[in-house]
Design a protein around this ligand. Structure first.
Ligand code: PAF
Length: 282
């Protein structure tokens, strides 16, 4: 496994492979890797000849500087995990490499559609501009044929697909299933911040989603939302930001059971940690 910190070094390594028509996959991450990330690497290996994993804690997507500061960065552990997973290249650029004028912001604003401002977009203003800005830079650096993202950040995958359409990039975007702990908690780099008490309380999120999924064909969406929100609001230490049943294309709330790609999405603060989760319903 080769580790590089600069775009030019990465491109020197990749270009002979790309000239020889090897299919290159990119798995962009912010590190603090867990089994969810490893599942992306495994899936990528099935689709491509070469897998590049990027590790970069992207400052432009954080709306809260404290959140950026406390984002976990266990680099040695991450590298060991990627090595064991058989990843071919790790790209770990510095902030200056990706944003040469940092901390002066670069001009970046693209139209990601109305869904940018819903759900996470409402709670983390500008978040998806930052995410798509760095993903575009990573795509330009790696020039992958295909890229893999976790479905846990469902709205993020939608925004990245919209960014790829915006620039007409010939890159396939694949959304990969959420990996859960045995008790249902969605794996996340942020789980490390949960106290034992928070960890138990956090289970209500996947339980509420599972309740909605199990009863989707039996109850109206209003009844499902009522019960799911009650479950969460009755749990001490959990502060709900949103729980919605939405059209997976527009992220607009829907009561129409016929809509294909319906999804339940939740975000809540558990103790001091903000978690998101979702479940496809049909
Ligand atoms: O999902 C993440 O880890 C990040 O948002 C991403 C896609 C790597 C961009 O920084």
């Amino acid at each position: 496994m080769e580790i590089t910190n600069t775009i030019s070094a990465l491109q020197m390594l990749l270009s002979p492979l790309q000239k020889a028509k090897s299919k290159v996959a990119l798995v962009p991450t912010m590190g603090a890797l867990h089994k969810g990330h490893l599942s992306l690497i495994k899936i990528a290996q099935q689709y491509a000849d070469v897998v590049v994993c990027s590790i970069f804690v992207n400052p432009t997507q954080f709306t809260d500087p404290k959140d950026l500061e406390k984002y976990p960065r266990p680099l040695e552990h991450d590298i060991k995990m990627l090595q064991e997973a058989g990843c071919n290249f790790v790209f770990m650029p510095t902030v200056k490499e990706m944003y040469p004028t940092f901390p002066t912001p670069e001009d970046w604003h693209i139209d990601l559609g109305a869904a940018e401002f819903l759900l996470e977009g409402e709670f983390r203003k500008g978040h998806y501009q930052g995410v798509t800005q760095i993903v575009k830079k990573l795509f330009d650096a790696v020039n992958p044929d295909i890229a893999f993202f976790g479905q846990k950040d469902f709205q993020q995958v939608l925004m990245i697909k919209n960014m790829v359409k915006h620039f007409n990039m010939p890159i396939e975007i694949v959304s990969c299933p959420i990996i859960r702990e045995n008790d249902g908690l969605a794996m996340s780099s942020r789980n490390i911040h949960l106290s034992q008490n928070d960890r138990e309380n956090a289970l209500v999120l996947s339980k509420a989603l599972q309740f909605v999924a199990d009863n989707f064909n039996k109850l109206s969406n209003d009844e499902l939302l009522g019960k799911a929100k009650l479950m969460i609001n009755e749990t001490n230490g959990v502060e709900l930001d949103y729980f919605t049943i939405a059209d997976g294309e527009t992220l607009l709330a829907t009561t129409n059971k016929e809509v294909k790609n319906t999804i339940a999405l939740v975000a809540a603060k558990v103790g001091e940690t903000r978690l998101i989760d979702n479940m496809l319903l049909n």
